[in-house]
Design a protein around this ligand. Structure first.
Ligand code: PLP
Length: 463
């Protein structure tokens, strides 16, 4: 056995992989693991030396691209200087203080403080606890329910997984927990009635939200959580007028808005934050992924002055803020984030994402929107999706057993492009590093075209 065969055998024996058909992997039916060995720019290399364009930036996270030595150097510098100290009880590091000052200034709305975790999931878990804490401190102990959206994705832990609106994240796992309510997904393509404009559709979604709040009793609803652009649920930009109408409802009933910017934070939509793009004024903001471009795990729950003030004012009554992780504000994470945000600012990655994003969106539309198996090509900035349907005129879906989305994704991969078969529906997703060039986009589009035509031919042959 050579070295990598041994690694594959070890992996199969010992790693419990996320989102994997366990039996197929254990038995070898699903093939060998892809052992990723290197990365540079928008490309990764596996242990056989094969190079792929990473059209999904890992999991929409390696925004600055692979192999940025200045980030690696910042991590090494901090590790040599001080690999760890905690941030409990007023301990800090220079990198942590600088990062927090910077995030408060960068973030939209009137933000005040930053709490750190290691993942988007735990940051949203923190947001839920802050909502409950805030309303307990205000003497409103009933105001605790959190409204999330169908097909929203907020993580996999107990409360964040419950806020996630995709049933396969709940099945057999005893989720969702109580106190999480669900409202409709703002996807005009599937959700609108014939002749309904985006504005009218947004108005209907806002009216549904208000009806839900009234039915539940506004005194029991504490927060609404949403991604500015839906990610894992299908890469769905907000329809026209959606955010202004939703925010008006939330304000009317004193309901906090948690903007889950785990994907959209730090430039992916072409704006620094998704909230900036849609003029969202959040009370709480969740960031992760792009914060360190995934060079090390780090997430943050950013808290507005409105919420923080209540927390601070209650100190004499309730004592310390009793929430925190061993690794909250880890100095290596903070150093990595500062190095990454330097790149985001210096290279104007939001501007890059706007420019390259417009190019990607137009190339995808002109190349694929007219195809007989394409229902919708959509996206914003460097987040894009192609949704496949059996009949675009009637919007008839493919039989899920045909696995059209996963097959196109596999056909891309066979041609050395990673484009994600999204977990809900026949949707191919793109979210490349923000440093992608036009010629790399051309290559992505060319490969995608070949992949789609391959699957179209197979479908035709199968009748
Ligand atoms: N929120 C959003 C919008 C996400 O896209 C994700 C992950 O994809 C999460 C939260 C969860 O983040 P993590 O996987 O780091 O727990």
């Amino acid at each position: 056995m050579d070295y990598f065969e041994e690694i594959a055998a070890m992996d199969r024996r010992s790693v419990l992989h996320p989102f994997t058909y366990l039996k197929d992997y254990a038995s070898g039916k699903a093939g060998d693991p892809v052992i990723v060995e290197g990365g540079q720019g928008v490309r990764i290399t596996d242990s056989t030396g094969r190079e792929y364009i990473d059209g999904f930036a890992g999991l929409y996270c390696v925004n600055v691209g692979y192999g940025r030595t200045e980030v690696a150097d910042a991590i090494a510098r901090q590790a040599h200087k001080l690999a760890y100290y905690h941030s409990y009880a007023a301990h800090t590091t220079d990198e942590l203080a600088k990062l927090s000052d910077r995030l408060v200034r960068m973030a939209p709305g009137n933000m005040s403080k930053v709490f750190y975790g290691m993942s988007g999931s735990d940051a949203n878990e923190t947001q839920a606890k802050i909502v409950w804490y805030y309303n307990n401190l205000r003497g409103l102990p009933r105001k605790k329910k959190i409204i999330a959206r169908e097909r929203g994705y907020h993580g996999c832990s107990v409360v964040s997984g419950s806020m996630t609106g995709l049933s396969f994240y709940h099945d057999h796992m005893d989720l969702p927990v109580s106190g999480i309510l669900r409202t409709g997904v703002p996807h005009h393509y599937w959700g609108s009635v014939p002749g309904e404009t985006e504005e009218q559709f947004s108005g209907r979604r806002a009216a549904e939200l208000e009806a839900l709040i009234l039915a539940e009793d506004p005194e029991t609803v504490g927060a609404f959580i949403a991604e500015p652009v839906l990610g894992t649920g299908g890469i769905i930009p907000a329809p026209a007028g959606y955010w202004s109408r939703i925010q008006a409802v939330l304000q009317k009933y004193d309901i906090l808005l948690i903007a889950d910017e785990v994907i959209t934070g730090f430039g992916r939509t072409g704006s620094l934050f998704g909230s900036t793009l849609y003029d969202i004024k959040p009370d709480l903001i969740t960031v992760a992924k792009g914060l360190t471009s995934a060079y090390v795990p780090l997430s943050a729950s950013i808290v507005s002055e409105r919420v923080y003030k209540v927390m601070e004012d209650a100190t004499d009554r309730v004592g310390s803020f009793s929430h925190g992780y061993t690794y909250s504000g880890h100095p290596i994470g903070a150093a990595a984030a500062n190095a990454v945000l330097d790149i985001v600012e210096r290279e104007d990655l939001p501007g890059q994402a706007a420019k390259r994003g417009a190019y990607l969106q137009s190339r995808l539309r002109e190349s694929f929107a007219h195809l007989p198996i394409v229902g919708e090509v959509r996206g914003v900035g460097l987040m894009a999706a192609i949704e496949f349907v059996a009949n675009p005129a009637t919007k008839e879906r493919f039989d899920p057993a045909l696995k059209v989305g996963p097959r196109v994704s596999q056909a891309c991969r066979d041609r050395n492009l990673i484009a994600r078969g999204m977990p809900h529906g026949d949707i191919l997703g793109f979210a490349p590093p923000l440093v992608i060039s036009e010629s790399d986009i051309d290559q992505m589009v060319e490969i995608t075209g070949k992949a789609i035509h391959q699957v179209m031919d197979e479908l035709t042959k199968a009748g």
